[in-house]
Design a protein around this ligand. Structure first.
Ligand code: PEP
Length: 249
């Protein structure tokens, strides 16, 4: 099954408006054979819609589990969809760590995206201590089962999974190609057990954790790696353009 690769940027809490405008002006990614996404602070989402004319999809970095109401500071999936935003990153490790998001909550965020017909990019991944103890598969399987196993097959194929080992995020330490492929193949096996092999074969699994212009080619060439979720390197137009090119190969 041929899956279209994705190069997704996660800007986190970076850039001032003038930086965003400069990025919009200069970013010219190849979207012929790959999907290109940018996850930006919500205050910049409307501005970034301009990039849709270059084939770029725009993501929020989080979404509320609620549809509307008295939830100060929150943004609903319906609001994102109505604005023209294509999806949301959910369950990023920084949200899990600093905002105590659990897989039950993240599963509800996935549901909120599905209700609003936008893409959920579901992040999972083990901590360093969990890998050192050899528990990475157990941890990631548990995350996926708790957050996603309630989805129907039709819903499951609409989401994107990002495997982001926490020890590789923003550290400059990248998982080796072998480590990434091994975990991605395992995740696909877990998804196959939850739904079926055909459904699992359709779901894109991105690798995230210190992806850069130099290592993207090799990582994205792994059979079960369907592209990347890119933090730091997505802030530099030239680096991210090169990573998008790797996804096109
Ligand atoms: C991320 O923010 O999801 C990420 C993987 O960051 P970095 O590429 O900087 O490690």
């Amino acid at each position: 099954m041929k899956r279209k690769k994705i190069a997704a940027g996660n800007w986190k809490m970076n850039f001032l408006p003038q930086d965003v405008d400069q990025f919009i002006e200069t970013f010219q990614p190849n979207t012929a054979n790959a999907e290109v996404m940018i996850g930006a602070p919500s205050i910049y989402l409307e501005r970034l819609l301009a990039l849709k004319t270059k084939g770029v999809q725009i993501l929020a970095q989080d979404v509320s589990i609620h549809e509307k109401g008295a939830f100060t500071g929150e943004v609903s999936a319906e609001m994102l969809a109505a604005l023209g935003v294509n999806g949301a990153i959910v369950g990023h490790s920084e949200r899990r760590t600093y905002h105590h998001e659990t897989d039950e909550i993240i599963g509800q965020k996935v549901n909120a995206c599905l209700r609003a017909h936008i893409t959920a990019v579901y992040c999972c991944g083990e901590l360093l201590a969990e890998r050192q103890a050899g528990h990475q598969e157990k941890v990631v399987e548990q995350q996926i089962r708790v957050a996603l196993s309630h989805l129907t097959k039709e819903e499951a194929v609409k989401i994107v999974v990002a495997y982001e080992p926490v020890w590789a995020i923003g550290t400059g330490v990248t998982a080796s190609d072998e480590q990434a492929e091994e975990m991605h193949a395992f995740i696909r096996q877990v998804m196959s057990a939850i739904w079926d092999a055909d459904t699992a074969a359709q779901i894109r699994i991105l690798y995230g954790g210190s992806v850069n212009a130099a290592n993207a080619d090799a990582l994205f060439a792994c059979p079960n790696v369907d592209g990347g979720l890119v933090g730091g390197a997505s802030l530099k137009v030239s680096d991210f353009t090169s990573i998008c090119q790797s996804a096109n190969a």
